[in-house]
Design a protein around this ligand. Structure first.
Ligand code: FO1
Length: 312
């Protein structure tokens, strides 16, 4: 079993490569801090992005939503003066309506996510980081913003000073997640935003203890290439939170947690400083332009993880 931690589009892209190689030997532990209720619908963006991507159904331009989706619902909503800042495609709507139906009759988010993945014929397991409510909120000079308000409505155009994950400390690690980590031969931190995709996962209950107790190498792929994020606000957040937007910041952030960090060729000069953080470094092409890139990088990361001697 390989366990991967993932959020957003970068996490989904590497998960796609891992799933192609591993099938039902892969469990993807997904961030739910982005989740929110919109028009009475329970929206789980990162769970849906990973599910659509592993199903080969994700919108290739945006990374989120369904490829080829139509927007009749949004057009009508707009005509009726409804909130049109968060786009819900006609096909995407089916996911949210089914999730609401199943949650309201008592199914867990884990059960709902598993059922949706099964209906897409996905062999890998897609596991919410918790079945309890965790909400990422962003501290800005305009006050505390819910994540989607910050990320979508405001397009990240406000300076952030801190992040919080409401509910995380009391949220429970699901049995399926604890099992995936305990059985893992390697644990992969996908190139997701460290602050709003990986940190919420690490903040859940005793997740950190489960990861540290695992007898498996823990390796991450840096989401930063040459000081810039491949996609999304990770680099901007790093600078606003007072750090250099660099793979070295990722290494310093995960010092003590990671056995290895995969960085891009562009960041090769950082290798000695990253090794000084107590982790091995692998330098390769980490940009995933297509499914072949994702599979190549996944294979490279797995070989790297297997090569690492781990402490007892
Ligand atoms: N991101 C946007 O920038 N604009 C949107 O209108 C939008 C709608 C949306 C609908 C469903 C969904 O699953 C994701 C959606 N996202 C949208 C992405 C979302 O904001 C996520 O938080 C990102 O995936 C970042 O993790």
């Amino acid at each position: 079993m390989i366990a991967a931690l993932a959020g957003g589009v970068g996490g989904a892209r590497l998960s796609r490569g891992l799933a192609a190689l591993l099938g039902d030997h892969l469990s993807v532990i997904v961030n739910t801090g982005d989740d929110f209720e919109h028009l009475g619908l329970p929206i789980s963006p990162d769970l849906d992005t990973v599910t659509y991507t592993l199903a080969g159904r994700a919108n290739p331009e945006t990374g989120w939503g369904v490829a080829g989706d139509t927007w009749n619902f949004m057009a009508q909503l707009r005509d009726l003066g409804g909130p049109d800042w968060f786009l819900l495609g006609d096909r995407d709507l089916a996911t949210h309506l089914l999730r609401r139906e199943w949650l309201s009759r008592g199914d867990s988010l884990t059960q709902v996510t598993h059922r949706l993945a099964q209906r897409y014929g996905i062999a890998s397991r897609i596991l919410p980081m918790s079945d309890d409510i965790v909400r990422t909120r962003v501290q800005t000079k305009e006050g505390l913003l819910d994540f989607q308000d910050y990320f979508v409505r405001r397009r990240c155009d406000v300076v952030i000073s801190d992040l919080q994950f409401d509910g995380a400390s009391s949220a429970r690690v699901p049995v399926a997640v604890a099992g995936a980590i305990a059985e893992a031969k390697a644990i992969v931190f996908c190139p997701s935003n460290p602050y709003v995709s990986i940190d919420p996962i690490l903040a859940v209950g005793d997740m950190h203890a489960h990861l540290m107790a695992a007898r498996a190498p823990r390796v991450a792929v840096s989401p930063i290439i040459g000081g810039a994020a491949v996609k999304g606000p990770a680099a901007k957040m790093m600078r606003e939170l007072g750090h250099a937007s660099s793979s070295l910041t990722v290494a310093e952030k995960y010092r003590g947690l990671l056995h290895g960090l995969v960085i891009d060729n562009a960041d090769a000069p950082l290798a000695p400083a990253i090794e000084a953080c107590g982790m091995a470094v692998l330098i390769t092409d980490t940009l995933m332009r297509n499914a072949e890139d994702s599979e190549r990088l996944a294979a490279t990361v797995l070989r790297f993880a297997e090569s690492l001697p781990i402490d007892g």
